[in-house]
Design a protein around this ligand. Structure first.
Ligand code: ACO
Length: 324
């Protein structure tokens, strides 16, 4: 059975950078008070990239995919599977993955979306790994992409300061060398209310509440507990100790969650990739964006082991352990 190996990564952030001060000034025009110091102290976020109106998830995803394909040295003709993890698809259908396929000029392979919110990328990567191990695909594009700004209530200061837009991608290819070493996915649907955007369009009208709502403290507790156990379980599956993993690339929700997790797992700070300060929380895009930053700046090198972790609405969580 072949292994599935990450052979390239790419990221894309929309060019408009909004600092905490910019955001605070904008919210103040609507009598909503926030500050750089509140946001940094509670979340570690300094700025976020926001897509201009009209910019879509598939466009961000296609930029990131092209960068990953360039690094991998593959062309659109090589891609026989595209999976996009997103909670902000362009349309109800077709899937964002089909739109990306068309924008890349790829044809004929499978293309579909997965929806596991901020765990979406680890869900998509695990799915692509299973396709490759089963011999059903050879070269897969796995993308996390979001225009999360489109589902934020900009009058709710407790959520709108936390998120940003962006996309990250990897090319996963069948290989004789070990790549993905272990993976584990989880969900607990009974916790849906702590983090949801529980609206939809039916009969041409918005039904329910289309904006993201969150019980921040409940999310914090569940995120730390579930990710700690998931990290231990996935490493055990691979016959490793968490302490022996070279790099931790966790979902970038909040620097306090990341620090707490690192301490619980006894992973030193300099082995944890953090981008939440610059990107904010880009949901399904956060893990591949962080991975791409650390591959391109040379911290993560060929042969290193990388533990990627996602956690988010559903409630969902999961981990993928990979050798680069
Ligand atoms: N600016 C200023 N004040 C604010 C803001 C803001 N942006 N947002 C909330 N406040 C106020 C509240 O109104 C409240 O005021 P009050 O005491 O007068 O009532 C006060 O700050 C404290 O509010 P809390 O909600 O209790 O703040 P908390 O310390 O819990 O911090 C936070 C909120 C940062 C969301 C925290 O709960 C957290 O880190 N949660 C983790 C969840 C998370 O990061 N989610 C990201 C998305 S989920 C995911 O990706 C998995």
């Amino acid at each position: 059975m072949p292994y599935a190996k990450i052979i390239g990564s790419g990221g894309y952030l929309p060019p408009r950078v909004v600092s905490n001060d910019d955001l605070a000034a904008d919210l103040a025009t609507r009598q909503i008070q926030t500050s750089h110091s509140w946001i940094v102290e509670r979340t570690g976020i300094h700025q976020r990239h926001l897509a201009d109106p009209g910019v879509t998830t598939s466009q961000l995803a296609t930029h990131a995919a092209r960068a990953a394909m360039d690094m991998a040295g593959v062309t659109a003709d090589d891609i026989d599977l595209i999976i996009v993890a997103t909670s902000t698809p362009d349309f109800v259908f077709p899937s964002t993955a089909c739109l990306v396929q068309a924008q890349l000029g790829a044809k004929g392979g499978a293309a579909f979306d997965v929806q596991a919110v901020c765990s979406g990328f680890v869900y998509a990567l695990t799915t692509a790994d299973a396709f490759i191990q089963a011999g059903r695909a050879k070269t897969a594009l796995v993308i996390g992409a979001e225009v999360f700004s489109s589902i934020l209530d900009w009058n709710d200061r407790s959520t709108c300061v936390l998120f940003g837009d962006g996309a990250g991608a990897v090319v996963l290819q069948a290989s004789d060398e070990p790549g993905i070493l272990a993976a584990q996915l989880n969900a607990d649907g009974s916790q849906m209310k702590i983090l949801c955007a529980a609206g939809n369009v039916a009969h041409g009208e918005v039904v329910g509440d289309p904006f993201l709502r969150m019980d921040g403290q409940a999310v914090f507790k569940l995120a730390v507990t579930s990710l700690t156990k998931s990290a231990q379980d996935v490493c055990e599956q691979a016959g490793m100790e968490v302490a022996d993993v070279d790099w931790l690339v966790p979902h970038q929700a909040n620097v306090r969650i990341i620090n707490f997790l690192g301490r619980r797992l006894s992973v030193p700070d300099d082995k944890v990739i953090v981008t939440v300060d610059k990107h904010a929380n880009t949901s399904a895009a956060s893990v591949p964006l962080a991975l791409d930053v650390a591959l391109r700046d040379g911290r993560i090198k060929k042969g290193d082991t990388v533990l990627m972790q996602g956690v988010g609405g559903g409630f969902t969580w999961g981990s993928v352990l990979a050798r680069m």
